[in-house]
Design a protein around this ligand. Sequence first.
Ligand code: ADP
Ligand code: MG
Length: 362
Amino acid sequence: MSTILVKNLKKYYENVKAVDGINLEAKNGEFVVLLGPSGCGKTTTLRCIAGLEIPSEGSIFFDEKEVTRLTPSDRNVGMVFQFYALYPHLRVRDNITFPLRAQRVPLPKIQKKLQEVVQIFQLENLLKRKARDLPPGDQQRVALARAVIREPNVLLLDEPLSALDEKFREEMRSGLGSLQKRIGITTIYVTHDQREAMALGDVIVVMKEGSIIQHGTPEELYEHPRTVFVGHFLGTPGMNFSNCSFYDHRLSIEGTNYSLPLQNEGLLSALQGYFGKELILGIRPEYVKITEKSDEDGYLTVKVLVIEPAGRFRLVDFMLGEKIFRTRIGWDLSIGTGQDIQVKFMEEKICIFDRKTEIALR
Ligand code: ADP
Ligand code: MG
């Protein structure tokens, strides 16, 4: 078990700043997810932690010990990368148990551990097959089993589920999450898939262009995105945004005659000093409530553009000024395209960003 500490990590390739000064910590037993769009430096960060790359600057510690320049084998890390090579000529069983046999672990103990990982990764029927004969998704499950079986200090996973098809991915995700909790292994997991991040992470670190934008629990990031980017990137679908400005206890929505009355004290105090300034309002679809008709202040009448089924819910699109907004409804409510509906924003859930910096006011 280890704590991982990354201090001011930079990795430059000629003129590409792949990682540009990041600081992060994974506490003992914590599951930390590095989340961000393709090319933002996730893999490079992970490879530096694994010892596969030497940083241009900065340092990495496992517990108190600096490992920045140690080889991967001197760090006792278990790794699974997106395209991980197994021993193709070995059977699945021998691939998985390889690390334990190399450490001369007694056979009964190997059997017991094998049983455990085989169950988690659903490999019962594959044990006798040669690795090279398996499709990529199955190979990836074998690679995961092999990485966790020896219970390394640290588990580093780079998009390990992306080669799997949808059904397996969800099952494997929950298996991996519960296994990690049970063995309590400090884990850093890289993904561009925000749903995976939300499901697995104790802590999510959102990266963009080689830097960290925000880190926090899934709930903190979802409810209080630090930037417009984070609000947009997290959630299915992401947050709704509209330009607005603040006048006299009201948010005036650009491109409309609407202005929302504000009473929430936290919101009002965050808006102190922003009178008349250019702002962005953000609100998650589920916090836009469709209501009974009312003439009360704060209720907006909008026209339904599109209704789209989305599993347990339906997504309802409407225009707010020049922006398309979305809300979520159940299947019980009867609403049609083109119909006028009344909506109300849950005031305590409204996020406000500075339009120039796109950073949240609170
Ligand atoms: P991610 O995993 O988030 O998709 P990467 O860490 O793979 O991002 O890459 C970050 C940036 O660094 C990208 O612009 C990528 O092209 C660049 N990069 C990564 N590895 C190398 C390398 N070996 N040589 C040159 N550029 C690289
Ligand atoms: Mg990558």
